[in-house]
Design a protein around this ligand. Structure first.
Ligand SMILES: O=c1ccn([C@@H]2O[C@H](COP(=O)(O)OP(=O)(O)O[C@H]3OC[C@@H](O)[C@H](O)[C@H]3O)[C@@H](O)[C@H]2O)c(=O)[nH]1
Length: 346
């Protein structure tokens, strides 16, 4: 029997985690291995590195396979968590055709595997399916406001197409699906060159570099600490009441300017805040409606608030050996920005 953790399945499972060496994937693998499950971690190491899961490599119930989900994969498994896809705008826009292929063909290949093995399969979908939302907070019923041919579309539309495939395999082939929409998540284990806002601001603050706000900083995001997210994800996988989609995130909403100021305060940094162009189609607001998550996931709600989570993340980044990390892509987030803002816009 597995440990008595809330949401843990009654029996040990053979679990496949795609993107298992990534930020969320490595936390998930760690938890599943600790609970005694047999874990196969699949990764192509495009944006992640082996070091993220170095502590798991010698565990007898952990197996690492270098594999790209755009190619079929065969194994006998009971559960599949499909987390494979670059998630940072900088990285997913680097090779947008590959991003779309990863979402669509990766889902297709893994749904085929789930169908054959009769395993349950969870898709890591995203708040980006809501695009630049004109409804706030965003409930699962909201269809979104998405540009089908913009620079973010490879990710937004890739994930939307993946959701379509999941629900069609469910309706047509009875595949046992779970679709989770993950909102902005942060915490220890993020790649220092991840390119997303929390890791950028902390690294800039710790290294005394300018803190780069894109736009005027009035856009909002709601940041969920990684432990809360993984807890919700495992509960969702192991409940029987809904296939989703279910939103998972922290509903406390902050402007990006507030985030920058908080990071400066918590690090005691002397960095100054500068303003850069807003990348195209950057959503102006984002906040999850988590009514469904609370209802179906045994009253799940985030336990760690932004300030406390940031403190833990700052400690993590302070102790990183930067020689071990490589920047996976060049920074392209501004390549398509239309308007330039002056450095004192605020
Ligand atoms: O250095 C930076 C980086 C980012 N930002 C801004 O901070 C906000 C958040 O940007 P991030 O890159 O962290 O993430 P985004 O919210 O744009 O996208 C994320 O959405 C949810 C997930 O599915 C994905 O992880 C990712 O696509 C944006 O408005 C962005 O323009 C900065 O102001 N400065």
């Amino acid at each position: 029997m597995a440990t008595g953790t809330v949401g843990a399945p009654a029996e040990f499972q053979r679990v496949l985690v795609t993107g298992g060496a990534g930020f969320l994937g490595s936390h998930l693998c760690r938890r599943l291995v600790a609970e005694g499950h047999e874990v196969i971690c699949l990764d192509n190491f495009f944006t992640s590195q082996r070091i993220n899961i170095a502590d798991l490599l010698d565990k007898p119930n952990f197996e690492l396979v270098r594999h790209d989900v755009t190619e079929p994969f065969h194994a006998e498994v009971d559960q599949i968590y499909n987390l494979a896809c670059p998630a940072s705008p900088v990285h997913y826009q680097y090779n947008p055709i590959k991003t779309m292929k990863t979402s669509f063909m990766g889902s297709m290949n893994l749904l085929g595997l789930a169908k054959r093995t009769k395993s349950r399969i969870l898709q890591a979908s995203t708040s980006e399916v809501y695009g630049d939302p004109n409804v706030s907070p965003q409930p699962e019923e909201y269809w979104g406001h998405v540009n089908p041919n913009g620079v973010r579309s490879c990710y937004d539309e890739g994930k939307r197409a993946a959701e379509t495939l999941f629900f069609d395999y469910y309706r047509q082939n009875n595949v046992d699906i779970r679709v989770l929409r993950i909102f902005n998540t942060f915490g220890p284990g993020m790649h220092p060159y991840d390119g997303r806002v929390v890791s950028n601001f902390i690294m800039q603050a710790l290294q005394g570099r300018d803190i780069t706000i894109y736009g005027d900083g009035s856009q909002t995001r709601s940041f969920c600490f990684v432990d809360d997210l993984i807890e919700g994800m495992v509960r969702f996988m192991n409940q029987e009441e809904t296939v989703g989609p279910v939103n998972l995130g922290n509903p406390c909403e902050f402007t990006i300017k507030e985030l920058a100021e908080l990071v400066v305060e918590l690090t005691g940094s002397t960095s100054k805040i500068i303003y850069m162009p807003l990348p195209n189609d950057d959503p102006k607001q984002r906040r999850p409606d988590i009514t469904k998550a609370k209802k179906y996931l045994q009253n799940w709600e985030p336990q760690v608030q932004l300030r406390d989570g940031l403190q833990k993340t700052i400690e993590y980044f302070k102790n990183l050996d930067m020689r071990r990390y490589k920047d996976p892509t060049k920074h392209t987030a501004h390549a398509n920005s239309e308007k330039l803002l002056s450095t004192d816009a605020n």
